[in-house]
Design a protein around this ligand. Structure first.
Ligand SMILES: CCCCCCCCCCCCCCCC(=O)SCCNC(=O)CCNC(=O)[C@H](O)C(C)(C)COP(=O)(O)OP(=O)(O)OC[C@H]1O[C@@H](n2cnc3c(N)ncnc32)[C@H](O)[C@@H]1OP(=O)(O)O
Length: 218
């Protein structure tokens, strides 16, 4: 059994973890971890982040909020588990596989022609002047580019390089179309391209290399 470390920062994998060496050597696909309301939980956490990002509490309200968030964190400390078995990242029925660290996306197409998804940057993904932070745009490209390359090589890949060109501002709170595809597959090397559109307007594009991992490669 995994127990929460006192620090609460990270839970190492157990000997009986499904992780077999390598980076997600076996990609779990689940729809039940965390229960039927886990998606609502993720959405409330995102809402918390949105509200916290733009909040200006009085000192008294800050004191009150610290107590409430500490109580919530204590509750979460009690249910920590390693990365391979957490719902976040494996719940394929939820936006961005239930991973709250990713900009939420919903996939409409995924196969040899690449991946098409609707991505919505949240208010907390703010860069400035109501536009998305460029780093969050790169995170979305990394995940969906990684998915396009994984589908092409039928295995797990890691990002070797990732270049994002920002062509126009990326709006928050707006469903955007992201498309990623493998332009050229050369052995273990998947050269990936991608685009992010707001309607007809190109917000950003991607040029990346993903490398298929060898068995057991970390
Ligand atoms: C089954 C289907 C499931 C589908 C459903 C799954 C969905 C699942 C979605 C998850 C999506 C998550 C996607 C997040 C992906 C990250 O975010 S990964 C995290 C960020 N990346 C890293 O930390 C990588 C750090 N770097 C490394 O680990 C290693 O350098 C690498 C990239 C694995 C490559 O090392 P290596 O395996 O030893 O390969 P190496 O022999 O050095 O190079 C292989 C070839 O690539 C070339 N190369 C390597 N690096 C470079 C570079 N930077 N520039 C140019 N060429 C390069 C080499 O020159 C060599 O070329 P050739 O000589 O063969 O022509």
């Amino acid at each position: 059994m995994t127990s929460s470390p006192e620090s609460g920062w990270a839970v190492p994998a157990d000997a009986d973890s499904p992780h077999e060496g390598g980076f997600r050597a076996r990609m779990d696909i689940t729809t039940d971890r965390g229960g039927p309301r886990y998606g609502e939980f993720s959405e409330e956490i995102r809402r918390l982040m949105d509200l916290a990002r733009y909040a200006c509490p009085t000192p008294e309200i800050t004191d009150e909020l610290i107590d409430q968030v500490r109580a919530l964190n204590k509750r979460l400390e009690d249910v920590q588990i390693d990365e391979w078995r957490s719902p976040a990242g494996t719940r394929i029925d939820l936006p961005a596989r239930g991973n709250i660290t990713l900009p939420p996306y919903e996939i409409s197409e995924g196969g040899p022609d690449g991946v098409v998804a609707s991505v919505t940057f949240r208010p907390f993904h703010l860069g400035g002047n109501d536009a998305a932070h460029g780093g969050h745009v790169a995170v979305a490209f990394d995940d969906l580019g990684g998915m396009a390359s994984a589908l092409a090589v039928q295995g797990i890949t890691r990002t070797a390089y990732l270049t994002v060109s920002y062509r126009s501002l990326t709006p928050l709170r707006t469903p955007l179309r992201m498309h990623t595809w493998v332009e050229n597959l050369d052995g273990r090397k998947a050269f990936v391209k991608g685009t992010l559109h707001d309607g007809d307007r190109l917000c950003a594009d991607l040029d990346a290399l993903f490398i298929a991992l060898k068995p057991g490669q970390p």
